[in-house]
Every structure is written in C-alpha cells, then in structure tokens.
Ligand binder design. Sequence first.
Ligand code: GDP
Length: 206
Amino acid sequence: MSIPFQQTSFITSAAKPEQCPEDEGREVAFMGRSNAGKSSAINTLTQQNNLAKTSRTPGRTQLLNFFSLTDELRLVDLPGFGFAKVGDRKKKNWQATIDAYLRDRESLVGIVLVMDARHPLKPFDEQMIAWSLEAGMPLHILMTKSDKISRQAQANLVHQMRQHFGAYENLISFQCFSSLKKQGIDALRDQLTHWLTAPLTDEDVE
Ligand code: GDP
C-alpha cells in the first residue's frame, strides 16, 4: 500500500487524553526537543509548507496535534520540551498528558524521535529511548539538519548510533535527514509505511 503523505490533513488538537480522536486504526507520533526540527520534518515528509506549525507558533506547541493520512492512519505531533518558556506546573501537566498518551494509546505503532544531528542523544532523547525499549515500542531516530554537518560527520554519527543501538535493531532504527536539502525523505516514508501497513503479528494481537 502506498500512503498518500502529501494529502495529510489536520484533524484536531488535544490538551487532554479524552480530547484525542478515537483510538482506532494506527498512528505514528513525532517527538523531540523544541527546535530539533520536528515541524520542518513533518512538513517536508508531507510536502506541505505549513501543516505542522513551527516552534514559534504560540499555543499549538503545547498540544498534541493529530493529522490524518487516511481514514485509518494518522500522524501525531507531540509537544516538544526544552526551551519553552512555561512554568514548572504547566510543564508537569503536559508531561502527565504525554505520559498518559504513550502509556494508553492502543493505535500508536511507532515513534519518530527527532534530534538535531549536531546535538544527538540529549537526556530527553535518552529518556525516550529507554522508555521505548522498556515498552517494546518501535522508535525511529531522525537526525535532522544533517546539512549542517559534513558527509564524514554524518557517517560517523550513523556509525556511533549503530554501535549504541545495534543490539536493538528490531526496535530502534535511525537515519540522517535534512528538511533544507530534502535528504532522507524516502527512508522516512519507508519506515512509516512499514509501521502503518505491516500485517499485525501474533504478539500485537495478544
Ligand atoms: P521544532 O521546534 O522541532 O518543530 O523545530 P522547527 O521545525 O521549528 O525548526 C527549528 C529551526 O531549525 C527553524 O529555524 C528551522 O528553519 C530550522 N531547521 C529545521 N530543519 C532544518 C534542516 O533540515 N536544516 C537546517 N539547516 N535547518 C533546519
């Protein structure tokens, strides 16, 4: 099945789990620290300039944003943490919402963890990876802004990631990506298509 990524459309935003769309079909969530390049990656993937709002847009960045690919398949843009100028209490509320989403969402089949290729594996990223491994949730690491580093540095980064995560290749995959140079789009689409359309295994059905 070929997924019409360029037809992706916004469905709704949710500040609380009960505001999320029906938990059926399948969805893939994008996460990352603020400014990692997540919105740009979603826009590049879907070939839409303004689908995911960038970190400069007030409001939207604090919500879970749902997009439909087809009736049954969705992308979710989860709020990023890092440079957001909000109080600790508000941050804790978001964290609780995201924790609940990750814990309870049945239709979630994979997570794209977006990180700036120049600043990989920050504590937030390590935390997400540890959670993913523990939960058995597949994770695809998108090392963005790869145009900012040399080809050699990209190869070194991939090598380093392979050394780190090679033992978990059934759960963790990774690639370089550049929204600016449109690099890595096919690899990202292939990974999402696999997650969103692969037949369910016995384990998934249990
Ligand atoms: P978000 O907070 O993770 O959604 O990050 P944005 O997508 O808003 O990007 C943050 C900043 O990085 C913006 O100034 C983007 O123009 C820039 N950026 C995003 N992706 C790339 C990329 O692939 N290459 C370069 N050079 N800049 C990028």
